[in-house]
Design a protein around this ligand. Structure first.
Ligand code: SAM
Length: 283
């Protein structure tokens, strides 16, 4: 497997006059062991079309290409997007035709932007930290072909994404991610594997697509209840959902109809409970 070592990364950065920005979450992995680990834990196969968000200088892309059918790399930075095919041609020439680079914001990607015969089956990415949760939710939403994912995010975000009801860190990202996928933490990553070194530790998160809860309510209706329930985290659902329902009395009615204790708090509910609450008002 061809890798970008610290020296190659330094040379590339110098050649491109790269000044990594926090705004774009530009922390590049310089440790080959971490790259290998991500590919291994992702369990990609030669049948997979992988969507990689933020390929950056290409460390992970180079490691993915020999293992899968195709990599669709979506990069927002025009300089990095333009450089990637050259890097791949140089370090992974035989696999170069497996790469498709899309210069765009991952949050604007839609299924129609991708070749019909190359709808992604797996997401593998070292995500830009500031948009990691919206990117994960957006891709699960707009790419129905996506069956699973392995992403590296800030450790605290990994905890939040994988948390279940009753956990202190269970919240909007956990509940919404659970609509689409079974989510679990897949191991810690220290900060020294990056250049530049970030102020926080990272973690791997694995996602496996699941059927969304069976409900007559739409996804948006369910997510509106999730947002309302956690907007005032300390309040009981009766109070937190008053505006959503129209009044505390209507909120109580909807909760009882859904079989949920009006005195409970949002952090105690699973996505199936939120779905039943939304349904109790949508039918
Ligand atoms: N994959 C590379 C690695 O592991 O070394 C780089 C990962 S770095 C944490 C995040 C990358 O995402 C950067 O290359 C950055 O330019 C890119 N990026 C940031 N925001 C983005 C967005 N909204 N859409 C696509 N790429 C984005």
């Amino acid at each position: 497997m061809s890798m970008l070592g610290p020296a190659e990364i330094r040379n590339l950065a110098q050649k491109l006059d790269l000044r990594p920005t926090k705004r774009l979450g530009q922390n590049f992995v310089i440790d080959a062991g971490t790259v290998r680990r991500i590919v291994r834990v992702a369990e990609v196969t030669p049948h997979d079309t992988v969507i990689e968000i933020g390929p950056g200088l290409g460390s992970l892309t180079l490691a993915l290409l020999p293992e899968v059918q195709r990599v669709i790399a979506v990069e927002i930075d025009p300089v990095l997007a333009a450089q990637l095919p050259e890097t791949v041609a140089h370090h992974a020439g035989p696999y170069a035709e497996r790469l498709t680079v899309i210069h765009d914001d991952a949050l604007r990607i839609a299924s129609a932007d991708l070749p019909a015969e190359a709808q992604p089956t797996a997401l593998v990415a070292n995500l830009p930290y500031n948009v990691s949760v919206p990117v994960v939710l957006h891709l699960l939403d707009v790419l129905p072909s996506l069956q699973r994912g392995l992403v590296m995010v800030q450790s605290e975000v990994a905890d939040r994404l994988a948390a279940g009801p009753g956990s202190k860190v269970y919240g909007v990202p956990s509940a919404k991610a659970a609509w689409y996928a079974d989510v679990r933490r897949a191991g810690p990553v220290g900060r020294t594997v990056f250049w530049p070194v970030p102020n926080v530790d990272s973690g791997l998160v694995s996602l496996v697509r699941r059927e969304p809860p069976a409900t007559a309510a739409s996804r948006n209706e369910v997510f509106a209840v999730v947002d309302a329930a956690f907007a005032q985290r300390r309040k009981t659902l009766r109070a937190a959902l008053a505006t959503w329902a129209g009044s505390p009395v209507l909120a109580e009615e909807a909760l009882r109809k859904a079989g949920v204790d009006p005195g409970a708090r949002g952090e105690q509910l699973a996505i199936e409970d939120f779905a039943r609450i939304a349904e109790s008002r949508s039918v």
